[in-house]
Design a protein around this ligand. Structure first.
Ligand SMILES: CC1=C(CCC(=O)O)c2cc3nc(cc4[nH]c(cc5[nH]c(cc1n2)c(C)c5CCC(=O)O)c(CCC(=O)O)c4C)C(CCC(=O)O)=C3C
Ligand SMILES: [Fe+2]
Length: 393
């Protein structure tokens, strides 16, 4: 580093940036990939214990738990999420093998068996000490980033492997082409499908694209992303979704079709503000605007799990129907070849410390940080707990 660069870094640096690099500049010899999932029940007896795991200490009303239990019960008490992660693991292994990359994939969940702690015990038995985690979550917020990091720290503590195993995490990948391209393809296909179903429909005036993501408490949203970067009320969480929605809309329709960012799956008590508008409320407003059909894009999710199957395919479809709208739901990335390839690219980018200007990012917000900044994605209600894969607190 020249003196000028050193000076600039010191003078221009926020305290957080001074605490360590945002993007790694040294390669790391990882031993294995840790695929970190949410977890879900696999039978009726698992439903309540799973829901208790997810909501412990979170102030989620009992009525909401009963309602969500009913969603799982409807599908035999089985969430599709674990099978989807088994398929993703197999697809990653096939992609790694094809590219001649010797990195085993270990899978562990935050909220259900196999747990993160199980994956860490397996790592230890196999002599692995450096893991690179891929969480099945693309955006920045407490629930979608920091909570995974806290659960890594909790699992290290619970297994006594803290200090012996290092867990790093690939950057939030909301604007990585591997995540974004399947949505672009999906929106293009969905508009074609609507034109078949409703011959003569004018997408520019009669179709609306609804980009849907998980609602989160407004206080969490405001604190999402690095503490030193102001993103306004919705924080990095809303800013990232808006930026990706803009890219998808432009690539799929040339920006000719109107769109909204909407939220789903709100769960806190009514007294607590969560991000809005709810997808169902927005759908109900559309007929008055001359809209005849909607494209529902599960932009906040990586697979067709319960929030997608119930809250979109069931509820939002029904609301569309009640409002006389034809609706098509776009697939999530799932095991789309571009997504699987993209996740492997993210691991290699981090392993090899690829320079920032050579990292793919489809919005001006990225490529996102490798190392979460101090205070990143705070949960004001819960305070800071120890978290791996980032700078303290
Ligand atoms: C941002 C976000 C994502 C996307 C990022 C990511 O994917 O990580 C996500 C994903 C998921 N959420 C899921 C399930 C649940 N989430 C709940 C509760 C909550 N989610 C929240 C946020 C998010 N959640 C929040 C702020 C709460 C309130 C409690 C708290 O403050 O933590 C509850 C409790 C009942 C309820 O309140 O709904 C359940 C059962 C499943 C599994 C689905 C399946 O089984 O197929 C998945 C993938
Ligand atoms: Fe959730």
């Amino acid at each position: 580093m020249t003196d000028a660069q050193t000076d600039q870094r010191v003078l221009g640096a926020t305290p957080a940036a001074a605490a360590g690099p945002e993007h790694v500049t040294e390669p790391t010899a990882y031993d294995a990939i840790l695929l970190a999932g949410f977890g879900g029940p696999e039978g009726q007896d698992d439903v309540i214990p799973f829901l208790r795991n997810v909501t412990r200490g979170r102030g989620i009303p009992e009525e909401r738990l009963e309602e969500v239990a009913h969603h799982y019960r409807h599908f035999g008490g089985v969430s599709p999420i674990n099978d989807q992660n088994r398929e993703l693991k197999a697809a990653l292994e096939a992609e790694l093998a094809e590219r001649g990359i010797d990195l085993p994939v270990l899978w562990g969940n935050r909220n259900w068996d196999p747990y993160l702690a199980d994956a860490l015990r397996e790592a230890d038995e196999r002599g692995f000490t450096k893991l690179i985690a891929i969480a099945t979550s693309a955006y920045s917020s407490y629930s979608s980033c920091r909570q995974y990091r806290e659960d890594f720290a909790g699992a290290l503590e619970a297994t006594g492997l803290d200090g012996r195993i290092q867990i790093d995490k690939v950057r939030q990948f909301f604007d990585h082409p591997g995540f974004v391209e399947p949505f672009i393809e999906g929106v293009k296909n969905a508009i074609g499908e609507l034109q078949q179903k409703l011959p003569g429909i004018d997408p520019a005036t009669e179709v609306r694209i609804l980009f849907s993501t998980h609602s989160i408490p407004s206080t969490d949203a405001a604190k999402s992303g690095p503490a030193e970067r102001g993103f306004g009320e919705g924080g990095a969480y809303a800013a990232q979704h808006l930026a990706v929605a803009e890219v998808v809309s432009h690539a799929a329709t040339g920006g000719t079709v109107g769109w909204d960012l909407v939220y789903q799956s709100r769960s806190g008590p009514p007294s607590m503000p969560w991000l809005e508008p709810d997808i169902n409320d927005r759908i109900a407003e559309l007929p008055a605007l001359g809209i005849k059909a909607v494209v529902i894009v599960p932009l906040g999710f990586v697979s067709d799990h319960m929030e997608v199957l119930w809250d979109l395919d069931n509820e939002a479809m029904e609301t569309s129907d009640e409002n006389g709208l034809v609706a098509v739901r776009v697939p999530t990335p799932g095991t789309h070849a571009a997504y699987v390839k993209g996740l492997v690219d993210l691991v290699l980018e981090r392993r090899d410390a690829v320079p920032v200007d050579q990292r793919p990012a489809m919005t001006s917000l990225g490529p996102w940080y490798d190392v979460c900044r101090p205070g990143c994605c705070e949960n004001v209600r819960l305070g800071f707990k120890p978290a791996a894969a980032g700078l303290a607190p």
